[in-house]
Design a protein around this ligand. Structure first.
Ligand code: SPV
Ligand code: MG
Length: 290
C-alpha cells in the first residue's frame, strides 16, 4: 500500500489523524512507539536542529534528505512541510516528484511568499501570494504526483498574516477548487476562536488540518466535535522536548561535576542500542558473517 493510501486509511478509520512533529529518524521512531499516526516533517524543527531560524534557510535537499531518512526508519506516513514549495509552480512540481520518490505520504504547501518567515514569529513578515498564483502551485502539485492517493495539502496563512476568517475561507475554497485534498488553516492566537469560526463556516467538501501550538486548550475531543478536521499536527513538540531535556541534563552535570546523579534518570545505553536496531544487527551477524 502506498504511503498516501496508508495516510488516507488512517483518516478513514480514526477520523482524526494524530501527527507528531519530527526532525530526525530517532524522533520519528519515538513518535511511532508512542502510537502517533504519522510524522510531520517540520521545517521549523529541522531549522532549529541546525540552530537556524525557520525562514527558508534550510534547502530543499537538506529537508528531503531528512524526509528520506525518516521514511527509512519508520513505517508511519510522513507529511512533508515544504514551506512555499521552493519557488514557483514549476519548482513545486519538482518538489512533489522528489518528496513522493523519497516516500512521503503528503506535502503541505503554504500560501506565503518565498523566503518565508516562521508563522509563529511575533510581528514576523507574513506576505501572502496572490490566490491565482497559489492555485497554480496546487494544480501543479496535483499534476506532478504519480500516486493519486499522495495528498496535496494547501495551507492558508491568511489568519497568520492578519486577515479575517472570510479571507481564509475564500482562499480555502479557491485552493480546493485547484485540487487540494485538504486545507490546513493556521492560526497563532492564544485561543481557538479563529479555528472554531473557520471550521464552523467551512463549506468545502475536503477536510481540514490544524496545528494547535498556540491554542493547546483545543483538545482532540473538542477537535473531533468540530466535525470537519481530519488531521491535528503537533508542530514543534519534539524539538521543544529535546531542548528541555538536554538543557536539564547539561545543567545537572555542570552542577554536580559528574554524571552520576543524572545517569539514574537517563535511558540506558542498552535502550539506545535497541532504538538503533542493534539486536537485529546481532541476528544478522550470526546469520551472515562467516
Ligand atoms: C512547522 O512546524 O515547520 C510549521 C508549523 O510549519 S509552524 O511552525 O507552527 O508554522
Ligand atoms: Mg513549517
Amino acid at each position: 500500500m502506498s504511503p498516501g493510501k496508508r495516510l488516507r486509511l488512517v483518516i478513514e478509520t480514526h477520523g482524526l489523524a494524530q501527527i507528531m512533529s519530527g526532525h530526525s529518524p530517532l524522533s520519528a521512531i519515538l513518535a511511532d512507539e508512542a502510537g502517533f499516526d504519522g510524522i510531520w516533517a517540520s521545517g521549523f524543527e529541522l531549522s532549529a536542529l541546525y540552530g537556524l531560524p525557520d525562514m527558508s534557510f534550510i534547502s530543499m535537499t537538506q529537508h528531503l534528505d531528512m524526509v528520506g531518512a525518516i521514511v527509512a526508519a519508520t513505517t508511519l506516513p510522513v507529511v512533508a512541510d515544504i514551506d512555499t514549495g521552493f519557488g514557483n509552480a514549476i519548482n513545486v512540481m519538482h518538489a512533489v516528484k522528489s518528496y513522493e520518490c523519497a516516500g512521503a505520504a503528503a506535502v503541505v504547501i503554504e500560501d506565503k511568499i518565498f523566503p518565508k518567515v516562521s508563522s509563529l514569529t511575533p510581528n514576523g513578515r507574513q506576505d501572502l501570494t496572490r490566490v491565482e498564483e497559489f492555485q497554480g502551485k496546487i494544480a501543479a502539485a496535483v499534476a506532478a504526483r504519480r500516486d493519486p492517493d499522495f495528498l496535496v495539502i494547501a495551507r492558508t496563512e491568511a489568519l497568520i498574516a492578519g486577515f479575517d476568517e472570510d479571507e481564509a475561507l475564500a482562499r480555502g475554497v479557491a485552493y480546493q477548487a485547484a485540487g487540494a485534498d485538504m486545507i490546513l488553516v493556521h492560526s497563532k492566537l492564544d485561543t481557538p476562536r479563529q479555528i472554531e469560526r473557520f471550521s464552523g463556516a467551512w463549506i468545502g467538501h475536503v477536510p481540514l488540518a490544524i496545528v494547535p501550538t498556540t491554542y493547546p486548550q483545543l483538545t482532540e475531543r473538542r477537535i473531533r466535535d468540530l466535525g470537519n478536521i481530519a488531521m491535528v499536527i503537533y508542530g514543534n513538540h519534539a524539538i521543544r522536548a529535546c531542548i528541555t531535556a538536554m538543557r536539564g541534563a547539561f545543567a545537572t552535570i555542570k552542577r554536580d561535576g559528574s554524571a552520576a546523579n543524572l545517569d539514574r534518570e537517563l535511558v540506558s545505553v542498552d535502550e539506545v542500542f535497541r532504538l538503533q536496531g542493534m539486536p537485529h544487527i546481532r541476528e544478522l551477524e550470526e546469520k551472515f558473517l562467516r
